[in-house]
Design a binder for this molecule. Structure first.
Ligand SMILES: N[C@@H](CCC[C@H](N)C(=O)O)C(=O)O
Length: 286
């Protein structure tokens, strides 16, 4: 029977099965099916998806992320922090600053270390992409979507869209506890105006430096946290004048807090934790 070693990790409750492809081998064509299998809470391990930690020709390490429906995403903020912790603690890297390759480009990780364990990670996520063609979203490709009135399920909403290497749409709500995450989320995720689907975020502005946040993730549904989504929420909030460029904002997610700063230089910095849950052997169900 085919099997592989895995580590289950989470960033603020956003949990994935991590496989170290420096040591393990998985067939390319079977990756979507393995991601679905391991994610299944009844017959697998149970997770929001699977993340591969791979050798890279242009960085210290490469991350690939599969959602729990088997689709491959191009970026994952919580995954990047976990990959950084794994790479440092498993001595794949020895520097506390190193590059990680993703399907949407290179990012830089900086780890804080205490007694050889990584306690906090800052990822320089690079510049947000704002044009409709970059999300991608149908419409005039060279225009941005900032508080644009759009109809979903017969109702008009003001939406803002941001790509952090993967697509996000932000809705502002008065009360985060009443946000229509499970009703509107799946409708918007698959709306034809987003040809590659979209991650759907609901944000309540608390103050100039504080946001409440809930998410419906493309390919995974409700999760406890979305790192790229939290970055997109802060970028959107600067664009809508709720928060300020160059100021650190605390984003309260269901699983805990992230510190996000869209710096004056243009890059987005994300700081937060990453945790190991367990390790084990997974037997592939063929
Ligand atoms: N949870 C992630 C994002 C994972 C990928 C996303 N669902 C997509 O398909 O783009 C994060 O922490 O950023």
């Amino acid at each position: 029977m085919n099997s592989f070693q895995f580590t289950k990790m989470h960033g603020l409750g956003n949990n994935y099965i991590y496989v170290n492809l420096f040591e393990e081998q998985l067939g390319e064509e079977s990756l979507p099916e393995i991601a679905r299998q391991v994610s299944n809470i009844h017959t697998g391990i149970g997770s929001d998806g699977m993340i591969l930690i791979c050798p890279s020709e242009v960085a210290a390490v490469k991350m690939r992320i599969f959602n729990n429906d088997g689709s491959e995403g191009k970026n994952c903020g919580n995954g990047l922090r976990c990959v950084a912790k794994y790479a440092f603690e498993h001595k794949i890297v020895t520097d506390t600053r190193f590059k990680i390759e993703t399907l949407s480009g290179l990012v830089e990780a900086k780890v804080q270390v205490k007694n050889d364990l990584v306690t906090s990670i800052t990822i320089d996520m690079g510049e947000p992409r704002l044009l409709k063609s970059q999300i991608p979203m149908l419409g005039h490709g060279d225009e941005k979507t900032i508080n644009e009135k759009v109809e979903f399920a017969g109702q008009l909403f003001g939406i803002t869209t941001v790509s952090m290497g993967n697509p996000h749409v932000i809705f502002y709500v008065d009360d985060i506890n009443q946000a229509p995450v499970t009703s509107l989320g799946p409708i918007v995720e698959k709306d034809e105006r987003f040809p590659e689907g979209v991650n759907v975020e609901f944000v309540q502005v608390v103050s100039k430096n504080e946001l409440h946040f809930r998410v419906w993730e493309r390919g995974s549904g409700v999760t406890q946290a979305c790192g790229t989504g939290a970055c997109a929420a802060v970028v959107s909030s600067v664009l809508n004048n709720y928060t300020a460029l160059g100021e650190e904002t605390t984003v309260h997610l269901a699983g805990g807090d992230l510190q996000i700063n869209w710096t004056a230089e243009g890059n987005v910095l994300m700081t937060g934790p990453a945790e190991v849950i367990c390790t084990g052997t997974y037997f592939i169900n063929s």
